[in-house]
Design a protein around this ligand. Structure first.
Ligand SMILES: *[C@@H]1O[C@H](CO)[C@@H](O)[C@H](O)[C@H]1NC(C)=O
Ligand SMILES: *[C@@H]1O[C@H](CO)[C@@H](O)[C@H](O)[C@H]1NC(C)=O
Ligand SMILES: *[C@@H]1O[C@H](CO)[C@@H](O)[C@H](O)[C@H]1NC(C)=O
Ligand SMILES: *[C@@H]1O[C@H](CO)[C@@H](O)[C@H](O)[C@H]1NC(C)=O
Ligand SMILES: *[C@@H]1O[C@H](CO)[C@@H](O)[C@H](O)[C@H]1NC(C)=O
Ligand SMILES: *[C@@H]1O[C@H](CO)[C@@H](O)[C@H](O)[C@H]1NC(C)=O
Ligand SMILES: *[C@@H]1O[C@H](CO)[C@@H](O)[C@H](O)[C@H]1NC(C)=O
Length: 490
């Protein structure tokens, strides 16, 4: 370990220690030891949320946020298109040996792997408690909340529908368990939030299919695929279910916030985490429950979320696809290239290149078994990428990166579209298309907006950041050109 690193770790530990002593009483007092049924009267909730927010806002703004630090943390909000960035940018930039061990369930950050440089995960900011914050740059992509809810709904159905090749639910779940225990890969069903949303939807699909069989009719009354109760849970039912309340709504806001308070958790000093259902600290759940119960308390959380976005190295927008990608290549890609080039990553990668267990169960083509396997390996978008070649690449240019990205994304899209089509066939005549979305009643859309009021505000804020990044970007790009790239095609 080099000296600087040792020193920073020391500082970090000291910092934790002092903070913990100073705020010990106040920060731990409200975390009830086993807080399952939270107190949720308004007075209590207001105190909890305000305390959480004020300690989160105390944190200093980072002056140098435009500079890539040692570790790149891609905060992947589900259904924002993050996985294409992972496959088509980050995998091309980083040697796989530089990837931090990912955790799909709870936090299992492996501290032995000190030199990792890239972390991509659905985990919320809880992850930061395991990372050296001073050395970490965070990037994320946000999406219009209405589209994100549609996409979450459709993907829940898509993955669940793959199980309909089985004769009944028992056989589907048994087979799923059996194969999961035998494969090394991680399936969608291990990943939050799908590990909750898919089994829920799967059970529902089988129940509806049984109902149809029972009635002896597969007539479908409605022509609106988002409201075909005979075959699939209607959208309006989905968004009003407690599970969606808990896991889907305002998910962007809950995922990007965190508080820097340190508290003791099972003997370790840690920071209070993000606020999603996936967070591992009871205080987080208490804050979230309070905000879900008392809508206007959400304002405090929103303030923190905006501040977190301000601190990020890069914020992309799913809707502005092309521009987001170009910007990513210029802002993040160029700096990664320069950083890895400097640090002579080939040496580093040789030193600790025990490759991560491959997490994508590869898509073997074309036997009948494949269908069966597919119900299980349904990763969001894995591609059997023959070009999982050890990536880059001190001397790739931003232009080359963009080219590689374009190729990659078009093949990725094809794969995704095929899987989706073959899966949705099983719930025909329901089919989710762009045109069908336009037919969804305004009332339902309005309800989605209300249920996601924090995300609606956060998204507007992100659009602002994006527009300003754009302006600033010209400066950065010019600089990059001179320093380390061969130029970029627009
Ligand atoms: C610290 O905790 C003790 C016991 O819970 C309490 O009596 C005291 O008022 C607390 N002090 C502060 C500063 O919160
Ligand atoms: C489910 O399907 C399996 C496989 O066809 C069959 O053995 C089993 O009896 C079925 N279970 C029920 C409850 O119908
Ligand atoms: C997360 O949501 C699921 C589904 O609603 C629920 O079963 C689980 O208990 C929740 N976890 C926490 C920590 O609240
Ligand atoms: C990178 O490391 C290799 C192997 O240790 C060494 O031969 C090479 O000269 C280094 N390159 C640079 C640019 O430092
Ligand atoms: C799943 O795929 C593997 C190889 O890709 C194959 O050996 C196995 O038989 C398949 N399993 C099932 C249950 O179809
Ligand atoms: C860098 O570029 C040169 C010339 O294009 C190539 O021969 C070399 O293999 C590249 N090095 C790496 C590490 O990609
Ligand atoms: C669903 O719609 C898509 C896009 O229009 C189309 O490609 C696909 O074939 C349709 N699937 C079914 C089962 O009709």
């Amino acid at each position: 370990m080099d000296l600087t690193l040792k020193f920073s770790i020391l500082l970090l530990l000291l910092g934790f220690g002092c903070y913990s002593l100073g705020s010990h009483n106040s920060s731990t007092a409200s975390v009830s030891v086993n807080a399952s049924p939270f107190r949720n009267d308004f007075g209590h909730c207001e105190r909890v949320v305000k305390k959480w927010a004020s300690s989160s806002l105390e944190q200093e703004v980072r002056e140098d946020k435009h500079t890539l630090r040692d570790l790149l943390f891609f905060l992947h909000v589900p259904r924002t298109g993050g996985r294409t960035y992972f496959h088509c940018f980050l995998r091309k930039l980083y040697y796989s040996s530089l990837e931090c061990p990912r955790s799909y369930d709870k936090l299992r950050f492996d501290p032995r792997k000190r030199h990792c440089r890239l972390l991509v995960t659905h985990d919320d900011y809880s992850m930061m408690s395991k990372l050296p914050r001073e050395r970490t740059s965070v990037v994320t992509i946000l999406r219009d909340p209405v589209d994100r809810v549609f996409s979450t709904y459709e993907f829940s159905v898509e993955v669940a529908a793959r199980f309909l090749i089985h004769p009944n639910l028992t056989s589907a779940t048994q087979m799923a368990r059996h194969i999961r225990s035998k494969t090394k890969g991680v399936s969608t069903l291990d990943i939050w939030p799908w590990k909750y949303l898919v089994p829920w939807m799967r059970e529902d699909l089988f129940a509806r299919r049984d109902g149809q069989e029972h009635r002896g009719s597969d007539d479908v009354q409605s022509s609106d695929p988002y409201n075909m109760e005979e075959v699939v849970m209607p959208l309006h039912e989905y968004i009003n279910d407690p599970i969606a309340q808990e896991i889907v709504h305002n998910g962007e806001t809950f995922q990007v916030v965190y508080s820097p308070i340190v508290l003791e958790h099972r003997g370790n000093l840690q920071k209070v985490a993000g606020l999603t259902n996936n967070s591992y600290l009871s205080e987080s759940h208490e804050v979230r429950h309070c905000v879900q119960r008392y809508k206007h308390l959400g304002e405090h959380v929103l303030e923190v979320a905006k501040k977190r976005l301000d601190d990020m190295l890069y914020v992309g927008l799913t809707e502005e696809h092309r521009e987001s990608a170009t910007k990513f290549a210029n802002v993040v890609g160029a700096q990664v290239i320069s950083q890895l080039g400097r640090s002579n990553s080939s040496e580093e990668s040789a030193a600790d290149s025990k490759p991560e267990q491959s997490y994508s169960v590869s898509d073997s083509k074309s036997d009948n078994n494949e269908l069966r396997n597919r119900t299980l390996d349904g990763k969001e978008s894995e591609i059997a990428s023959p070009e999982t070649v050890e990536a880059v690449k001190g001397n790739m240019t931003v232009g080359e990166l963009m080219e590689a990205y374009e190729d990659c994304i078009s093949s990725l899209r094809k794969t995704q579209a095929n899987r989706r089509t073959s899966s949705l066939k099983r719930i025909s005549p329901a089919n989710f298309t762009k045109q069908a979305r336009l037919q969804v009643p305004e009332m339902v859309l309005q309800q989605i907006r209300e249920l996601n009021h924090l995300d609606v505000e956060l998204y507007k804020y992100a659009q602002n950041i994006f527009a300003n990044q754009h302006k600033r970007n010209f400066g950065i790009t010019a600089f990059m050109f001179r320093c380390f790239t061969g130029g970029i095609q627009h």
